[in-house]
Design a protein around this ligand. Structure first.
Ligand code: GMT
Length: 376
C-alpha cells in the first residue's frame, strides 16, 4: 500500500507511535509518506520506502497565528495526488483529522476517493480535545473518518463519554519494537550511577502537569525516609522541570536525584533501572511504562486511564490511586526490599510486554487500512 502518515514530529507519545509504525510498515514493503512540519524525532529517512514531506506554510503579516490546518490540508492534497496515496493515517485528532477531512473533500471534487484512518492517542480526547473551543470539530472529524482507532479500551470509553460519536471505534494497542527495547548489560553504567549498590528508580516524561512529576519526587523521598538506599533518574524535559528541580533541592534530595533532560537512548537508561515510576493524572496508554517493562523494569504507577491495561497489579508492578504517594512508596519499598519478588516482577514485566510485540500489532493496523479501503 501507499500510505500517508500525519503526526506531530515531537518527542514522546503519538509522534513516536506514528513514526515507529510507519518505519515498520516500510520494512514490510509498503511505501510510507510522512507529512509533518518537521522530521519526526525517531524517523530514519534513509530507510527504503520511507519518504518525508515537510508541510510548508507561508506566513503573512495579517496572520497572528499561521493557519497550519489549511497548510496541512493543502499538503495532504498535493502528496495524495502526486504520490498516489491509497490512504492517509492521522495520529492525534487535533488538527490532523479535520485537515484530512478537508483534503478528502477537495480530492472528491477531482474524482479521487481518499480514505482516512484516525488514531486517537490521549490528550486529544481527555484534555485539549474536550475543551469547548475544539469539541465540535473533533467530534465531526472522528465521525467522518473511514476508520477510527484508539490505543486502549479506556480511551475508547472516554471518547464515547466526551463526544457525540456515531462512528465505530476499534482498539489497537501501542506496541514495542524488541529489536530496540531489550535489556542490555550496562553494569559499568549502573556502578557509575549507584556505586554503593543503591537501587535505581527512573521516570521518563515530557514534564507536563498531567504527568504529576512532583509525585515521583514525593514517592522517592518516602522511599529514602523508609531507610532504602536509592537513586532517582529523571529523564525528559518540559514546563514542570524547573519546579521539580527546586522541589528536589528543597527536600535535600539533590545528591540522589539526577536530571538527565531529553535522551535518545532511553533503552540504555532503562537497562540499569529497578523500578519505573508513572504517577500520571491521566494516561490513555502509558507507552513509556511498556517500554520499561520490555527492558524488565516493573512499574509503580497510578491507576489512571489505560495504565491498568498494561501494568498488572501485583504481577508486573503496582497500581495506586492518583496522588497516593504513600501507597506508591510502600509498594516500591516492598519490591526493592525483596530480591526474589523483584526478580519475579522483572520477569513478569517482560512477559507482559511481549504481548505487545510490534509483529502482532502491525497486521491489525494493515487490516484497519483494508477495512477503510473497502468502505463505500
Ligand atoms: O502525553 C504525552 O506524552 C503525549 C501524548 C500524545 O498524544 O502525543 O501521549 C499520549 O499518547 C501516547 C501514545 O499513544 C500514550 O502512550 C500516552 O499515554 C498518551 N498520553 C496521555 O494520555 C496523557
Amino acid at each position: 500500500m501507499n500510505i500517508g502518515i500525519v503526526c506531530y514530529p515531537t518527542y514522546g507519545g503519538s509522534g513516536v507511535v506514528a513514526t515507529e509504525l510507519g518505519m515498520a510498515l516500510a520494512k514490510k514493503g509498503h511505501k510510507v509518506h510522512f507529512i509533518t512540519y518537521a522530521a519526526p524525532a525517531r524517523l530514519d529517512i534513509f530507510q527504503p520506502n520511507v519518504y518525508y514531506h515537510e508541510v510548508s506554510f507561508q506566513n503573512y503579516t495579517l496572520f497572528e497565528y499561521p493557519p497550519y490546518e489549511t497548510a496541512l490540508a493543502s499538503n495532504i492534497v498535493d502528496v495524495v495526488k502526486y504520490q498516489k496515496l491509497d490512504i492517509v493515517h492521522v495520529h492525534y485528532a487535533i488538527p490532523h483529522a479535520s485537515a484530512a477531512y478537508i483534503a478528502k473533500q477537495i480530492l472528491k471534487e477531482e474524482g479521487i476517493d481518499l480514505k482516512v484512518v484516525t488514531t486517537l492517542h490521549g490528550t486529544d480526547i481527555t484534555l485539549v480535545g474536550k475543551l469547548p473551543a475544539y469539541t465540535p470539530v473533533v467530534a465531526f472529524s472522528i465521525n467522518k473518518s473511514d476508520v477510527v482507532t484508539t490505543v486502549s479500551e479506556s480511551l475508547k470509553k472516554d471518547t464515547f463519554e466526551n463526544f457525540n460519536i456515531t462512528n465505530e471505534i476499534e482498539v489497537i494497542p501501542n506496541f514495542i519494537d524488541f529489536t530496540r527495547f531489550t535489556k542490555e548489560d550496562k553494569d559499568h553504567f549502573k556502578k557509575a550511577i549507584a556505586p554503593n549498590g543503591e537501587k535505581i528508580l527512573i521516570h521518563v516524561s515530557n514534564f507536563r502537569k498531567v504527568k504529576r512529576v512532583a509525585d515521583v519526587v514525593c514517592t522517592f523521598e518516602k522511599i529514602i525516609e523508609g531507610g532504602l538506599k536509592a537513586k532517582l533518574l529523571l529523564v525528559g524535559d518540559g514546563p514542570e522541570r524547573v519546579n521539580i528541580e527546586q522541589m528536589s533541592r528543597d527536600c535535600s534530595l539533590c545528591d540522589n536525584v539526577t536530571f538527565l533532560g531529553k535522551q535518545e537512548k532511553i533503552e540504555e537508561l532503562l537497562a540499569v533501572a529497578d523500578i519505573f515510576l508513572m504517577p500520571s493524572e491521566s494516561e490513555s496508554f502509558g507507552l513509556a511504562a511498556l517500554e520499561a517493562m520490555a527492558c524488565e523494569v516493573p512499574v509503580i504507577s497510578s491507576n489512571a486511564g489505560g495504565i491498568p491495561e498494561i501494568n498488572i497489579h501485583g504481577e508486573t508492578g503496582f497500581l495506586s490511586n492518583i496522588g497516593d504517594v504513600e501507597d506508591m512508596a510502600k509498594n516500591a519499598i516492598l519490591l526493592l526490599k525483596d530480591e526474589e519478588k523483584l526478580a519475579k516482577f522483572k520477569e513478569n514485566a517482560l512477559k507482559q510486554a511481549k504481548k505487545f510485540k510490534i509483529d502482532a500489532i502491525l497486521p491489525i493496523y494493515e487490516n484497519s487500512y483494508k477495512k477503510a479501503l473497502a468502505k463505500k
